[in-house]
Design a protein around this ligand. Sequence first.
Ligand code: 5GP
Length: 203
Amino acid sequence: MTATPGKLVVLSGPSGVGKTTILRVLLNQLPQLIPSVSATTRPPRSGEKDGVDYHFLSPEEFQRRQAAGDFLECCQVYGRQHWYGTLADEVTPRIDAGTWVVLEIDVEGTLLVLKRYPLAVTIFVEPSHPDQLLQRLQGRGTESPEAMARRLEVAHRELLLADRYSHRVINNSVAAAVSEIKQILIDVGLSTTAGAQSLGLQS
Ligand code: 5GP
């Protein structure tokens, strides 16, 4: 018996908008949504685990896999030396088996994904106020002034491409953004039964 294929969900938004937090909460609430683990050539940050946060690859290994056609999409994010990419193996078999898979990738990657999966549900998370990005990046305290300026410049470019997404969500609060995204996914056919059951078991 062939399963009804799952859907591909893409979540993007400028650096500092809070999309990683939103995604973490969303995944807790919707265990039937499976995150794809991207590959990257950037070194792991403290606490990050290979195969969990990213597949951390050497530039040579990344290039080899790119040449082998292993990526659904890949690009150099932020114009840095570092490459990021979605491995087809993380996505295609799961979608074929009826699973919903979510990618957290940048705008350029999203446009590439849409060529392969034109029906992907694309969600762009926007800041509630332009200053929100700067405040969050400053609050993180992990970026040099140059890196912050570059992230803000990239954020500006990404905001200009937000209208290429099927949905836009303003991050007024994490809870509100999560509930809006949940509703979008339910409206496009995500079944809540599995999630409700597993949440029920936990309570
Ligand atoms: P970070 O280095 O902070 O983990 O991620 C930097 C950026 O890379 C984020 O904006 C994230 O959306 C993007 N990114 C992560 N994985 C991928 C991927 O597989 N493909 C693309 N195109 N972008 C990615």
